[in-house]
Design a protein around this ligand. Structure first.
Ligand code: IPE
Ligand code: IPE
Ligand code: MG
Length: 248
C-alpha cells in the first residue's frame, strides 16, 4: 500500500472528495445478518477514508452519512443509525481533535434527535480552531431541499429590496448553500455498485469526476481510496476546452 501511496502526485490532488457510503445492508445480508450489522461494521471504513485523506492531505472530505430520504426506513433501523452515530462521536471526538481535523455538519440538523445534534455541535465547536483537514458530515441532508432553501432565502432578499435580480450569480447562489465555505467537489465516490447520486450535492458536483465502485462500504480500505485518487489523477479535466488548449 505504501507503494501505491508513493504513486500519488501531490500537485494533482483533489481538494474536495465526497463519498456516498453505500452497501452496508447488502454486506450484512451476504453474511446472513441483519442490516444493522452492516452499519456497525461500516465504522472501520469511515475511519479508513478519514485517515487516508489525512495522510495525503486532502483538505475537504464530505461523507454522506444519512440522507433526508433515509428517514423513511424502518424506525428500528433509523434508531440504530442514530445511536451508532452518537456512540461513534463519543468514541472518536478525541481522535478527530488530535488529528487536527475540523468537523462540520451539513443538512437539516434540527431534525436530528436532540442528543445527536448536541454531540455533533460539540465536536464542531471543539474542533473549530483546528487547521488540518475539514471533515464534513452530511446528515439529514437532501440536495433538492438545500437548493430550495437557497431559492427561498434569495427570494426574501429580493423582496426586501436587499438584492437585485441581476446580482444573482453563481457565487451569490453558492453563498446560500450549506457548503458555502467549501470548494466544489472534485471527486465523488460511490460504493456498492449503484450508479446514482441519491440527492447528494447536485450543484456542488457539477464538474466533479464520478467514480462508482463495486466494493460494499464496510469493505472500503485505505488502499481502495488511494486507487480512487490514482484513477482521478489519470483524468484530464477539460472544463469544456480541448486537450490541445490544456497542453498549450
Ligand atoms: C448505506 O448503506 C448506509 C446508509 C444509507 C445510512 P445502506 O444501508 O444503504 O446499504 P444497502 O444499500 O441497503 O446495501
Ligand atoms: C444514499 O444511500 C445515502 C447515504 C449513503 C447516506 P441510499 O442507500 O439511501 O440510496 P438509495 O436509496 O440506494 O438511492
Ligand atoms: Mg443503500
Amino acid at each position: 500500500m505504501e507503494d501505491l501511496k508513493k504513486l500519488i502526485k501531490n500537485d494533482k490532488l483533489p481538494q474536495h472528495v465526497a463519498v456516498i457510503m453505500d452497501g452496508n445492508g447488502r454486506w450484512a445480508k451476504s453474511r446472513g445478518k441483519e442490516r444493522t450489522f452492516g452499519h456497525k461494521n461500516a465504522i472501520t471504513a469511515v475511519r479508513n477514508v478519514i485517515n487516508a485523506c489525512n495522510e495525503i492531505h486532502i483538505p475537504y472530505l464530505t461523507l454522506y452519512t444519512f440522507s433526508s430520504e433515509n428517514w423513511n426506513r424502518p424506525k428500528e433501523e433509523v434508531d440504530t443509525l442514530m445511536n451508532l452515530l452518537s456512540e461513534t462521536l463519543l468514541l472518536e471526538a478525541e481522535e478527530i481533535f488530535s488529528k487536527g481535523l475540523r468537523m462540520h455538519v451539513i443538512g437539516e440538523i434540527s431534525t436530528l434527535p436532540d442528543l445527536v445534534r448536541d454531540q455533533l455541535l460539540n465536536v464542531v465547536d471543539l474542533t473549530k480552531g483546528n487547521k488540518g483537514g475539514n471533515l464534513i458530515l452530511a446528515l439529514s441532508y437532501g440536495s433538492k431541499k438545500e437548493i430550495l432553501k437557497a431559492v427561498k432565502e434569495i427570494s426574501a432578499e429580493v423582496k426586501e429590496g436587499k438584492l437585485k435580480i441581476d446580482a444573482i450569480d453563481e457565487q451569490c447562489f453558492e453563498n446560500h448553500l450549506y457548503t458555502k465555505d467549501f470548494p466544489a467537489v472534485d471527486l465523488l465516490i460511490r460504493t456498492s455498485g449503484e450508479v446514482r447520486i441519491s440527492n447528494f450535492l447536485l450543484w456542488q458536483i457539477a464538474y466533479a469526476e464520478l467514480q462508482f465502485l463495486d466494493v460494499l462500504w464496510p469493505d472500503f480500505t485505505k488502499e481502495t481510496f488511494f486507487r480512487c485518487i490514482l484513477d482521478y489523477q489519470n483524468k484530464e479535466r477539460r472544463y469544456g476546452k480541448t486537450s490541445e488548449q490544456l497542453l498549450s
